[in-house]
Ligand binder design. Structure first.
Ligand code: ZN
Length: 103
């Protein structure tokens, strides 16, 4: 299958907030994750080391799903999405986008 490259932007506006997007190897963060989001500093960091492009894209979609939830409160109960809910939403969205060559 021909790969369509997803453009990971340097900044991403989600609701009222603009997050910076950078690639780094987190020092103090859990190294088992491929990225993290810091709402206060409005930044998304994707792990650079050992990541292929597709995993970076998946991590990007995962982190913006957290940001969408933070800005738009997906659950009616007001609770945050759980990690597994974020993972199911973001990975299914990613699969649909990729397999249908949407971008
Ligand atoms: Zn997460």
């Amino acid at each position: 299958m021909k790969r369509i490259a997803m453009k990971i932007p340097k900044t991403v506006k989600i609701g009222a907030k603009t997050f910076s997007v950078s690639f780094n190897d987190p020092v103090s963060q859990d190294m088992s994750t491929d990225g993290y989001i810091n709402y206060g500093q409005q930044k998304i960091v994707l792990r650079n080391h050992l990541l292929n492009k597709e995993r970076q894209e998946q991590a990007f979609i995962h982190e913006i799903t957290h940001a969408i939830d933070d800005s738009f409160c997906i659950k009616d109960s007001g609770e945050k999405l759980t990690e597994s809910e974020v993972e199911r939403l973001s990975s299914s969205f990613y699969q649909i986008v990729k397999e249908n060559k949407i971008f």
